[in-house]
Design a protein around this ligand. Structure first.
Ligand SMILES: [Zn+2]
Length: 236
């Protein structure tokens, strides 16, 4: 009986230490640098009335966007616009409900922020939409690691893929200088960035880049690749 107990305790210890080491999230700054595919991501959308103009420009250059709106701006009155986003092959990701700095938030608050975003999105769309990826507001959380309590809260809210970026500029020349295979470009849904977006589109197309959604660029679904799986190949 005593020996059984010792073995049981040893097994429990192994289980818990295994869990502590388990990688819960993958952070992505860019995709495969050997493929001429890139992703243009556009955040916040405090001016949702700009969305149609972004979509018109994207359509002209066969650019599939990934939009990271905050949940609080997603309204039923804009349903046609958000449905158009999906109908035209773009992707929507979670950017929290109120653009909260998640790295400074409690576990409950993190989970509330991410689930309230989903509620607002589904309400605006009038349908259920599976959100594959998360983008931290301000990029805050990238230093909080992928294994601790912070990562656990994100994971428990249903997210394992955190998509950041490697190009953050609104200057078209800077973007064109920095862009390369696998780049993830960060823009925001405002008038200034619309101008930059319109200017880079023909230049990106001329360079032969295929402009795809982040899930396509990174080969992601909601639940795969699992960061804890030995076959997962995160981008540094
Ligand atoms: Zn933002």
């Amino acid at each position: 009986m005593k020996r059984f107990f010792v073995i049981l305790m040893a097994l429990l210890c192994l289980t818990f230490s295994g869990q502590a080491r388990e990688k819960l999230l993958t952070l992505y700054l860019h995709g495969d640098e050997n493929e001429n595919r890139i992703a243009v991501t556009i955040d916040d959308w405090y001016e949702p009335e700009r969305l149609a103009e972004f979509l018109d420009a994207a359509k002209e250059y066969n650019c599939k966007l990934t939009l990271y709106p905050v949940g609080e701006i997603l309204k039923e009155k804009d349903r046609d616009l958000w449905l158009r986003v999906l109908a035209e092959g773009h992707e929507i990701g979670n950017h929290s409900n109120t653009h909260k700095n998640l790295s400074k938030a409690s576990r409950d608050s993190i989970i509330r922020q991410l689930t309230n975003f989903e509620k607002n999105l589904n309400k605006a769309l009038g349908q259920e939409y599976v959100v594959n990826t998360l983008r931290y507001p301000y990029g805050a959380g990238r230093k909080s690691g992928t294994r601790g309590a912070f990562a656990r809260a994100i994971r428990d809210a249903g997210y394992m893929h955190v998509v950041l970026w490697n190009i953050d500029s609104t200057d078209p020349d800077t973007i064109m200088r920095q862009v390369g295979n696998g780049s993830i470009i960060l823009l925001h849904g405002n008038k200034k960035d619309l101008r930059a977006f319109r200017e880079i589109l023909p230049r990106l197309q001329e360079k032969g880049y295929e402009m795809v959604t982040v899930s396509e660029l990174l080969g992601l679904t909601k639940t795969s690749p699992d960061p804890a799986a030995p076959t997962a190949s995160p981008v540094p």
